[in-house]
Write a protein that binds this ligand. Structure first.
Ligand code: KG4
Ligand code: ZN
Length: 360
């Protein structure tokens, strides 16, 4: 493989990520400084704390990425950076940093949509990993993260048709909120996934977030149902409703975590497979933090295999926020001639693809 080497910067939320990616596929370095421990005590991300942590860590992360890849800025062909969507203060740190690097080293600056990054993580190859086929077009891509949940059809690179998505909460947000209800701390997704593997009873059925005959989903009803089910479970164990005193039995937490996760996995898998069949896709790509979920990966793998659909799910570390995914998407934008000037600004609500103006 020999193509442009991009230095990619990701700082949209609570991970400071800088990567070196060759030709949009081969990772040479992918350093991520996670703020999970910093935000855990408050039970969620505090935007100003996140921005300050990016400011603190971005230079050491750059140094480590360059050292790992064994390159200097002279070897780099361009600087890619996430400019949205995300938290404004967090985005501004990465954008300002990338802009300054590009200016000082006279490199082109490539603006990247964070959601496009999650999607293009499916094209990445780890250092030393044998080269394998890229996802085949046409494909259906499911992006499931802490802030977004949607399905798009891709007939070619950088070409998205919005099929459907959440009309309220993102799947990751639902995991985080239910994790909090179950007293599992922040972030809820990995904790629920871990607890669910310990379940020994599977009788608590959570409602499904179907919105019939569309590719849309709604997780706010599921969240309300989860609150009701947890309150009932606490009452059954003689605990006060508010969750401040006393913990549910470990077996109950595991059972509830499994029931909630099964509901989300069922809906996401069913909608994605149906979309793939209806648009005549050859493959499916998953991306975003929730795609790190073991139950979702297993269920969708089985269903895709049964239908002869190629399935690409990045390894868990490439599903959650990282710089390499920005290098993968950035390479496509770079090849298409996309460049940003020094006026590049943060776009906290940048969409990837919008729902069709007239939906039928
Ligand atoms: O993509 P990401 O790192 O950041 C955003 O762009 O939002 O996704 C973070 C989300 C969080 O809501 C987190 O709870 C969820 O992904 N998540 C998981 C798992 N790992 C991370 N959800 C379910 N199961 C997991 N194993
Ligand atoms: Zn993300």
């Amino acid at each position: 493989m020999s193509g442009p080497l991009l230095l990619a910067v990701e700082s949209s939320c609570d991970e400071t990520g800088i990567a070196l990616v060759e030709d949009g596929r081969r990772i040479h370095a992918n350093v991520v400084a996670s703020q999970v421990a910093l935000h855990a005590p408050s039970g969620g991300i505090v935007p100003e704390v996140a921005a300050r942590a990016h400011l603190r860590w971005i230079v050491p992360v750059l140094d480590e990425a360059l050292a790992t890849a064994g390159v200097t800025m002279r070897d780099v062909d361009g600087v890619a950076v996430t400019y949205g969507p995300g938290l404004a203060g967090s985005l501004l740190v990465g954008i300002n940093f990338a802009k300054t690097l590009a200016w000082a080293h006279r490199k082109p600056l490539v603006p990247v949509n964070h959601l496009e990054g999650h999607l293009y993580a499916g094209w990445l190859l780890d250092p030393g990993e044998a080269e394998h086929d890229a996802p085949p077009f046409p494909l259906v891509a499911l992006v499931v993260s802490g802030g977004h949940t949607f399905l798009v059809e891709m007939r070619d690179h950088l070409d998205y048709r919005y099929l459907g998505g959440t009309v309220d909460d993102a799947a990751g947000e639902a995991f985080d909120k239910v994790g909090r209800l179950l007293g599992l701390g922040y972030p809820g997704g990995p904790a629920i996934s871990r607890e669910a593997t310990r379940a020994t009873a599977y009788d608590r059925v959570f409602p499904r977030a179907w919105l019939r005959d569309t590719y849309d989903v709604s997780f706010s009803g599921l969240k309300t149902a989860a609150r009701r089910i947890v309150t009932q479970a606490r009452a059954d164990e003689g605990l006060p409703a508010d969750g401040r005193e006393g913990d549910l039995a470990a077996a109950t937490v595991a059972e509830l975590a499994w029931g909630f996760q099964d509901s989300v996995v069922d809906v996401l898998t069913t909608k994605t497979i149906r979309a793939a069949e209806e648009v005549g896709a050859r493959g499916i790509v998953l991306g975003g933090g929730v795609a790190a979920n073991g139950a979702l990966r297993a269920r969708i793998s089985g269903e895709a295999e049964a239908r002869g659909l190629a399935l690409v799910i990045p390894r868990p570390g490439l599903c959650t926020d990282n710089g390499a995914m920005i290098g993968a998407a950035g390479a496509r934008r770079f090849a298409a001639g996309v460049r940003a000037g020094l006026e590049l600004d943060a776009r906290p609500s940048l969409p990837l693809a919008r729902p069709a103006a007239t939906s039928s």
